[in-house]
Design a protein around this ligand. Sequence first.
Ligand code: ADP
Length: 335
Amino acid sequence: VPAKPQEKEKAKQPSSPPLPRQNAKITPPSPPRVICDKSGQIQLSRVGFLGEGGFARVYEVKEFSGARLACKVITKSSLKTKKAKTKVRREVVNRHSSDLFQLYAEIKIHRFLEHPNIVRFQECFEDNDNVYMTLELCPSGSLMDMLRRRRRFTEPEARFFMVQLMGACHYMHTHQVIHRDLKLGNLFLDANMNVKVGDFGLAALIENPGERKKTICGTPNYIAPEVLFDTANGHSFEVDTWSIGVILYTLVVGRPPFQTSEVKDIYKRIRDNAYDFPAERAISTGAQNLIQQILTPDPSLRPSLHEIIDHAFFVSGLVPSYIPTSAHDAPPDFR
Ligand code: ADP
């Protein structure tokens, strides 16, 4: 099945955090110190580097007012256009294979989403070399960075992050958007430890009710079985629910459920629904039961976001009203 280059690249990577581009022969030059749009109305000073993803580099920038933002920079020459593709067979795949098309979709979708738990999209502009997207700055990194320091989270912390993530996801789904790449590396944190869902680079808009998406995409550890194994039928909103189950498992266990060193073995485990709860982790029965329900292979039998939030794991367990910033390095005491 033909996959977009970005997706293929992601599919090769067994681990979930975003990795630097692997097929770039030369690192593109840094954007200018002062980034301006063509009309000169926007002026941003570049103050730091935040990270690199599939086809973008992200910098911290300062507006004239002193406000700080994140600025996603996509070098135009790195964008593969439809013409550059030779091996793609069908027009529909061809269309989706264009990085330019994907970037257009990312901007189109992200710019209209406004929710306290979604990274705010500010504006989009270009100069001769790059396309720029300014975004709300998330200076505290992602939940992936935090998990690396903490190794795993307490169940009250997991409930807090999950409630915010599901709020964002419910908002996206009611606006006909499937994120399709929910994972710890795309869940950023603001200064008050609130979750901000980011990276709409693989998001899809469902424009007609009942429409099914056919493109294979996602990040191996988090990808739903129907994306991999029911390509004829396609997939829809339930792929995000699956990823939410993988995220909950990863938060409380410390690693994703289907993780192995080989991507093909991850896919095999996803197909066989083969995962377990390590005894030494003492995961509560409520958490185990909820994870098992969410990781239901048949998407039509997977619980809805409402059913998840009504589960005993949330209803009978402590949901903290906030998480102290000390949680970046040590488990908080919620007594
Ligand atoms: P891509 O779409 O190319 O995968 P990402 O959106 O994942 O790029 O961003 C790449 C990296 O840049 C992230 O892993 C993160 O470290 C950093 N980053 C992205 N958005 C923000 C933001 N709003 N605030 C702070 N850092 C960010």
